[in-house]
Design a protein around this ligand. Structure first.
Ligand SMILES: [Zn+2]
Ligand SMILES: [Zn+2]
Length: 344
């Protein structure tokens, strides 16, 4: 079968790889139907994630059909249509017991990172009982792909960690797929004002359509100055959804006393933490890897169309066109790309 293999910084290829087989009784083999490319995959490609070893098949999102299950898998059977969580959870270790699946002692983010991932014809899912969800009948597969990673990440690491509350003024820095997911899920909590900050006019226009009350192009305008002049003393919650020192700095300069900075972005280097200014403002800073413990709840909101994450999808390719898809996603601004769907 074929898979998208990482061959070291700057190098990927769509090549023949062995079809995965059941290794442990708790494994399932899933035939991929839809998958996608994450900003994290671009980070890996650019050498930001040295824990990914050359030879690894990338991808940690997708929907598929169960091909085979090990003898220890009781929740799923051959033929079930499933959503693959980006986080693998054994369900029984100390971290899993605390619903901190991101740090599962025999899982966490391993797909397309430590073990072969979903940008392939088939994938092996360890601890299938706790790491897959049945795809409800009648719900679009492509909408469900957004539940693998970006929706829970935007909600848990941005909105919930940031403690977004009714009436809040919040700012989301970065209008990529993750920032947009934070935008969609922040509206569960009815903030009064949502600033979206980015340097891409097209993305800002979309953000406005999807619920941002105010947009700022930080490439042409001083976002910090504008927010501080329009709000009494800054925003209640600043959500960082890029992963760069400059965007983190915007967050630490616009947050009001008692406020929260919720960092979602994956950083490849240190940021300049202005602790000398922040300490006296009683600021809470949070960061983290998604636990995906909100996935069952989000699945209900997608099934009922309370949120429609399929609107984040801008491009479609066949799985064997994945090299082209990486080019498009890597050039997201010119290509006006947000989320790309690959169909096997
Ligand atoms: Zn991801
Ligand atoms: Zn565990």
């Amino acid at each position: 079968m074929k898979g998208l293999v990482y061959d070291g910084p700057g190098k990927i290829g769509f090549k023949n790889v062995p079809k995965p087989e059941i290794k442990n009784a708790t494994d399932a083999i899933v035939k991929m139907v839809k998958t996608t490319i994450c900003g994290t995959d671009l980070g890996i490609l650019h050498g930001k994630t040295p824990s990914v070893k050359p030879g690894t098949t990338l991808g940690h999102e997708g929907v598929g059909v169960i091909e085979e299950v090990g003898s220890g898998v009781s929740n799923f059977k051959k033929g079930d249509r499933v959503i693959i969580s980006c986080i693998t959870a054994c369900g029984s270790c100390e971290y899993c017991k605390k619903q901190m699946y991101s740090h599962c002692k025999d899982g966490g983010w391993i797909l397309g990172h430590i073990i072969n991932g979903t940008q392939a014809e088939y994938v092996r899912i360890p601890h299938a009982n706790n790491s897959l969800y049945i795809a409800p009948e009648g719900v679009d597969d492509e909408a469900l792909v957004m539940l693998s990673d970006i929706l829970p990440t935007g909600l848990e690491i941005g909105v919930i960690n940031g403690c977004v509350k009714p009436g809040n003024t919040i700012a989301i820095v970065g209008a990529g797929p993750i920032g947009m997911s934070a935008l969609l899920t922040a509206q569960f909590y009815s903030p009064a004002k949502i600033y979206m900050i980015d340097i891409d006019e097209n993305r800002l226009k979309l953000a406005k359509k999807w619920g941002a009350t105010d947009t700022i192009n930080s490439g042409t305008e001083d976002a910090i100055k504008k927010i501080l002049s329009e709000t009494a003393d800054g925003v209640d919650v600043a959500i960082e959804a890029v992963g760069a020192p400059v965007t983190f700095d915007i967050c630490q300069q616009i947050v009001r006393p008692g406020g929260n900075i919720a960092n979602i972005g994956v950083h490849g280097k240190s940021v300049d933490l202005k602790i000398q200014d922040l300490w006296i403002k009683n600021i809470t800073i949070t960061m983290g890897l998604v636990n995906t413990n909100t996935t069952p709840m989000l699945l209900k909101t997608v099934t009922s169309k309370k949120i429609q994450p399929e609107k984040l999808i801008t491009h479609h390719f066949k799985l064997d066109e994945i090299m082209r898809a990486y080019e498009v996603f890597g050039n997201a601004s010119e290509e006006k790309a947000l989320k790309i769907i690959l169909t096997n």
